[in-house]
Design a protein around this ligand. Structure first.
Ligand code: LLP
Length: 423
């Protein structure tokens, strides 16, 4: 559930009409709802109840400082994949001791910074990475806490681009090699084995793949235990899906209760700390992208609604053929309804936000692209030299600018002309 609802025919974010936001701050823009972020985060903590746990929000989903700060205040940990994400978390007041560091190729300078601030755990994805971390930690005179990201080879049943737990994905250590790599880790002097980690994919709409992965990890933990390697925490990654259209993904409560039931049958399961790295399920439906209709262009085979947002603002439809709801903000006027491809001004045929949408609109109308809070602004680019959109956060009847719209001059910040006369 989110806090974007119609009141008397106008779509609101909490207590603010989106039409007012568009008039005041311009379009395209991203609008987030603070209460929705809070609600989605709490759904996880409440689902886990008294079981020891840490919810490490996946920063990549939406890394705006206001979002991170808000979640940090609720006690969130963070899953990061770069030094940039780490610095964002610190800047927003996040606790480094609640940070886990994922990603297949952490650079030495990133490892150094993470060790200096004292993160909770490095989720290591390969042997060479383990060796690099051991060397870097040794040079600093530190012991690095590690978890191995194991690839359990389960089919998450999701889009191939966002499925990560299969044998032929680049992620993680194959489950049948994991034992040997754990033995290597346990023997390296500057590492301390803390956990076991997996992340099988994103936008999962069923619990079965998660439970399969858990079963495989528990078998591995049993073998590790026989070899005297104790695991303090089990990190099950992110991946819980959201309803974009008519999907009915499990709620965090169903997901957590099924996992806890499975875990309770395992010796020591009650004391095992569970970590989760949710991104989309916290952020997606906590945001919309607002865009205005520039022109309606009827065609022989298709009608186009050309809007002021484009693939550079929201790339999910173009990149994954992702479907996101597109709805009029103000439904009070009567308009003729037609089938439109909603497209942007970028010079690419793939520049669309939605195809064959039944919409009752006219030029100048506002549209909201729903479920845009995750993997929306963070994946935006300046393609076609388009300044990136503003980001706003609504809190009750207040609206805060949490990222100003980029200026045209900012487009070439850091660039330089060649010196006069060549050479
Ligand atoms: N942990 C790790 C190690 C991940 O790689 C990811 C996402 C997450 C957690 C968070 O997963 P979530 O709960 O958000 O599903 N850009 C794509 C999604 C890419 C997801 C990449 N990894 C999209 O727009 O659908």
């Amino acid at each position: 559930m989110d806090y974007f609802n119609y009141r008397d025919g106008v779509l609101y974010a909490e207590d603010v009409p989106l039409s007012r936001i568009a008039d005041e701050y311009g379009t395209p823009c991203y609008v987030y709802s603070k209460a929705t972020f809070e609600r989605h985060f709490r759904a996880y903590t409440e689902a886990l109840g008294g079981h020891p746990h840490l919810i490490c929000y996946a920063v990549k989903a939406n890394s705006n400082l206001a979002v991170l700060g808000l979640l940090a205040k609720l006690g969130a940990g963070f899953d990061i994949v770069s030094i940039g994400e780490l610095e964002r978390v610190l800047k927003a007041g996040g606790d480094p001791a609640k940070v886990v560091f994922s990603g297949v190729a952490k650079q030495p300078h990133e490892m150094i910074r993470a060790l200096e601030v004292g993160i909770k755990c490095f989720n290591v994805e390969s042997r060479p990475e383990l060796e690099r971390l051991n060397r870097v930690a040794g040079e600093l005179g530190k012991i690095a806490p590690v978890s191995l990201r194991v690839n359990p080879d389960v089919d998450a049943g999701t889009h191939p681009y966002i499925s990560t737990g299969l044998k032929d994905n680049k992620f993680g250590i194959p489950v049948d090699e994991a034992l040997a790599v754990y033995e290597l880790a346990a023997g390296l002097p500057n590492l301390q084995v803390k956990g076991l980690d997996c992340h099988i994919g994103s936008q999962l709409t069923e619990t079965a793949p998660f439970l399969d992965a858990l079963d495989r990890l528990l078998v591995l933990m049993e073998r590790l235990r026989e070899r005297g390697i104790e695991i303090e925490h089990l990190d099950l990654g992110g991946g819980l899906g959201v309803p974009y259209r008519d999907e009915k993904p499990p709620q965090p409560f169903d997901y957590a209760s099924q996992l806890l039931a499975r875990l309770s049958r395992w010796e020591g399961g009650e004391a095992l700390t569970l970590l989760f790295e949710p991104g989309r399920s916290i952020a997606a439906n906590a945001g919309v992208m607002l865009t205005r209709v520039e022109f309606l262009k009827p065609g022989e085979t298709k009608n186009f609604a050309i809007v002021d947002a484009a693939m550079n603002d929201l790339i999910r439809p173009a990149l994954y053929q992702a479907w996101q709801a597109i709805v009029p903000v103000d439904t009070r006027q009567t308009r003729e309804s037609a089938l439109y491809d909603v497209v942007g001004p970028v010079c690419e045929t793939g520049d669309f936000l939605g195809k064959e949408r039944e919409l009752a609109i006219t030029e100048g109308d506002l549209l909201a692209v729903r479920s845009a809070g995750a993997y929306g602004f963070v994946m935006a680019s300046n393609y076609n030299s388009r300044p990136r959109a503003a980001e706003l956060m609504v809190d009750g009847d207040n609206c805060h600018v949490v990222r100003a719209r980029e200026t045209v001059a900012s487009l070439w910040a850091g660039e330089a002309l060649l010196p006069e006369g060549g050479r």
